[in-house]
Design a protein around this ligand. Sequence first.
Ligand code: DX5
Ligand code: ZN
Length: 213
Amino acid sequence: MIRVAPSLLAADFADLKQELNSISDADLLHVDIMDGVFVPNIAIGVPVTQSVAKIAPMPLDVHLMITRPEEYIEQFAKAGAEIITFHVESNCDIDACIAKIKACGKKPGLVVNPATGLEEVLPRLKDLYMVLIMTVQPGFGGQKCKEECFEKVAALRKEIDRQGLSVHIEVDGGITAENAPRAVAAGADILVAGSSVFGAKDRNEAIARLKGN
Ligand code: DX5
Ligand code: ZN
């Protein structure tokens, strides 16, 4: 099953209720947390996540692009996140962060930037709900997808299958109805889409197109 997670970053923040209504067919809501340190941009914090969680009918997929993720995991869990992902590049104790997310009753995911290999991910697959393969350098929506990252998706899917696990693979950055089939063919099963969903007139139609319908 392919799931689509529209990225809130591309929504109209002055009208979030209406924006959420317009993506009623979405499987997850991707929430980008940026601290202006780990990435050169600031976006969305705990209060907005909490308000959105109250009105969003779909589970929240919270993508932490922050330093010291261990200090914020609990707050985002309490705010209503269902999935919490953090970057292997964030210089944290990866295993401690995974354990913390699980202790909060949430689903953990590891994120790797386009230039980062799978070394930190592969030994931990059995502890993860999901791996997020970035297909752009994180920080901003609306960038062009680096399709060479799909090779990493394929290698990861091969290893997940070899180990007989059911870890999900999410791709994030510049995903469109045009390149989505190649991401899915490589083994991705969760597609984050900011511009290609919120930039469309009919958002649910854009979601269907991403799924190949
Ligand atoms: C990038 C964010 C993405 C972004 C995706 O740093 O992690 O989730 O919002 O937006 P698009 O689909 O427009 O690239
Ligand atoms: Zn993201």
